[in-house]
Design a protein around this ligand. Structure first.
Ligand code: SF4
Length: 694
């Protein structure tokens, strides 16, 4: 065979441009080696000002996932008992016909609301993720109240600022003090570190990390405040107490831009460092030292993460932490302010993608976090409506991910429940399905992405042919719509056409420009980003120290008028003396990447990190098997003795599939699904447990 010439080699080896589709606020701009119709190495785009050439290791080795021998390549029909793993290959037509017939039969028996299309963030592409809503609205199937991850943190931030946006995240590099609060950025959004470390290098900025354990981000910090889970509101209040007391409060700023600064100052008089030390487990010196650091470095950037969403008092804690930037007036400075997410800077017209004009507000919305109680038929979770007897699932794996896992598993095992799962791998959820459909990955279909932790929209075009018989989410939704007899323009267009038309309807650059430039920067100007001109997003234009919680959700009565510590958490007690945090592992992203040998190998096995003195008191040795449990259940897990937590706090980095655990059920067995105020959300880091030797 003749050797290839340079031109032929260049033609076979190209670089494709895309965006990371995973559930991560960074939404990195990617450059992907393409060779012989397959993807190779993946790099961060150096030309993108937020990605800045850096991506996490798990996505850099994406080829391992895309070219994995265990990928689902053919539609399957269950032939054995649910969960047995016994399936037979069938054609796409048969799989779609069977699915449509089952959905129609369920609807005929119980009405359309018995069907629950269920999805989450396995891909963050707007067309492939959200298109399922078009089918939902067209058929009047049950809605989904999306509460996992976002509901609590967003409510707290918006209660304060009135708008889900903030200072340009790239400004972290111009800050004199970057506070990373409630997010392990090294594991979950590595680009935060890029900009924070730049500030340290260029300006001598301090890096503060606030987190219940000494994680990989905390290891890089100048100051790590290792507080008890769910005590962030107390820390924020005591910091503000010191800022007022020691003359660091910017009274001019507050008079101009905030609602009730005098009432806040009076309220905080009793929230001193001693009060907060007792709640947080921090020392008074640590609290005072942090407050002085902020007071002396006005240009501080408080990066608030999704950890706030994982505690029952998370909305109140997020609100309190955001208030600090208004007491110091940090919002006024470049490199200053607080930031959680940029969701509100984008102005999408999603009519074509989601069929929003078809949505009937009278159709019930079921809480995504409560899929367990929904599937076992709890009346309040079902909103006192019909049972869910048919599920259509894309982009999520609730058999591992959802809280109250015992109920989730019981629900999925119901013989009267039809389940269709469209997936890339045989996940624990796919294993319970009646029909499994093989799904494409992001380089195998067209889509458009919007970042949350930065400011770009990014094009993700199809770069390689899908393997086997895998098909995109959009195909499945359109093919089912035809069989179910519903019409909408979006069912007749290709994904690329939907991207084109959605860009035009949303007044964004067209697809040709994005194909050349790959992304579009949507950051509002400095004054708007810092809430300086139009002020904040509330009707009175002011930052709200005294939020209107009733505007944030129906369950608002339990929330305080001013920033505070609210004891809504699942507190430790004599029976359950430990507080469990299920933090994200570095090599997994939810349950994605648990299937790749390098990620699984680097994480080794599920383990619970506990303080050496707690281990000694219980007679537990490092590596020993122990039992951990509460009223929801108990499981066996290995101990990892670790002095980077307070006594009484235990950490399990996740999210492992059920089979990785000794008894075949995962960590969310112990986590509650009760909706947290004001608008729901599962508190994944807010669990009281007991521990004992196995
Ligand atoms: S850091 Fe986040 S967005 Fe970037 S490549 Fe990794 S998972 Fe994707």
């Amino acid at each position: 065979m003749n050797a290839l010439g340079p031109k032929q080699k260049a033609e076979r080896h190209k670089i494709g441009h895309s965006a990371c589709p995973h559930d991560c606020p960074s939404t990195c701009a990617l450059e992907i080696d393409l060779q012989d119709g397959r993807i190779g190495r993946v790099r961060g785009a150096a030309g993108n000002s937020y990605t800045a050439g850096v991506i996490c290791a798990k996505v850099a080795r994406y080829a391992e996932r895309a070219n994995h021998p265990a990928r689902l390549l053919k539609p399957l029909r269950r032939t054995g008992p649910k969960g047995s793993g016994q399936f037979a290959e069938i054609s796409w037509d048969e799989a779609l016909d069977r699915t449509a017939d089952a959905l129609l039969a369920a609807e005929a028996r119980h009405g359309a609301e018995t069907v629950w299309p269920y999805f989450y963030a396995g891909t963050m592409g707007l067309v492939q993720r959200d298109g399922i809503n078009r089918l939902r609205h067209a058929k009047r199937y049950s809605g989904q109240h999306s509460t996992i991850c976002v509901a609590l943190a967003r409510a707290g931030y918006i209660a304060a600022t009135g708008h889900l946006s903030g200072p340009d995240p790239r400004e972290m590099a111009k800050s004199d003090c970057v506070v990373i609060w409630g997010t392990n950025a090294v594991h979950t959004q590595v680009n935060v570190m890029t900009h924070a470390i730049r500030a340290r290098k260029d300006r001598g900025a301090k890096l503060v990390v606030i987190d219940p354990y000494r994680n990989a981000t905390a290891e890089q910090a100048d100051l790590h405040l290792m507080l008890r889970p769910g005590s962030d509101g107390a820390l924020a209040c005591a910091v503000m107490h010191v800022l007022f007391k020691e003359g660091f409060a910017d009274r001019d700023y507050m008079a101009r831009y905030t609602d009730v600064p005098d009432a806040l100052e009076r309220h905080l008089q009793s929230r001193d460092p001693a009060w907060a030390a007792a709640i947080t487990g921090l020392s008074e010196d640590e609290i005072v030292g942090f407050a002085r650091l902020l007071g002396e470095r006005k240009r501080h950037y408080i990066r608030l993460g999704y950890g706030f969403s994982r505690s029952r008092n998370g909305a109140v804690n997020m609100h309190a932490a955001t208030c600090i930037a208004s007491v110091t007036g940090a919002w006024q400075y470049e490199g200053g302010g607080a930031f959680h997410n940029n969701g509100a800077i984008f102005h999408w017209n999603k009519t074509l993608i989601e069929g929003t004009e078809l949505r009937d507000p009278n159709v019930r919305e079921l809480d995504q976090s409560r899929i367990g109680p929904v599937l076992v038929g709890e009346a309040d979770a079902l909103k006192h409506g019909p049972p869910v007897t048919a599920l259509l699932i894309q982009n999520t794996n609730p058999m591992d991910v959802a809280p109250e896992l015992a109920k989730v598993h019981r629900g999925f095992a119901r013989e009267d429940l039809f389940t269709c799962v469209h997936e890339q791998f045989m996940t624990d959820t796919a294993r319970m399905a009646d029909i499994v459909l093989p799904a494409t990955m992001f380089t195998e279909h067209d889509d458009i992405y919007q970042a949350g932790g930065q400011q770009h929209i990014l094009l993700g075009p199809k770069l390689v042919e899908p393997p086997g018989e895998t098909r995109e989410n959009h195909y499945v939704i359109c093919a089912l719509a035809k069989r179910l007899g519903v019409q909408h323009e979006g069912f007749d267009l290709s994904a690329r056409e939907i991207v084109e038309r959605t860009l035009a309807a949303s007044r964004y650059p067209d697809i040709a420009r994005l194909e050349t430039e790959h992304w579009h920067d949507c950051q509002p100007d400095f004054r708007r980003s810092h809430f300086l001109d139009g002020f904040f997003g509330h009707a009175d234009g002011r930052f709200h120290f005294a939020p209107d919680w009733s505007a944030m959700g129906p369950d608002h009565q339990r929330l305080p008028r001013l920033p505070d510590h609210v004891d809504l958490i699942e507190a430790a007690d004599a029976t359950h003396p430990f507080r469990l945090v299920t933090a994200p592992a570095r090599n997994f992203l939810n349950t994605s990447f648990t299937e790749t040998p390098t990620s699984a190998g680097r994480e080794a096995k599920p383990s619970v990190m506990l303080h050496p003195q707690d281990a000694a008191a219980l007679g537990i040795a490092d590596g020993a098997l122990l039992r951990m449990g509460n009223r929801r259940g108990d499981l066996a897990i290995h101990a990892r003795i670790f002095d980077g937590v307070q006594r009484g706090v235990v950490i399990v980095e996740s999210l492992w599939p059920n089979a990785a655990f000794v008894e075949g059920i995962g960590i969310n067995l112990l986590v509650g699904a009760d909706p947290a105020p004001p608008n729901g959300g599962a508190a994944f880091h807010d669990t009281a447990v007991w521990l004992r030797p196995a």
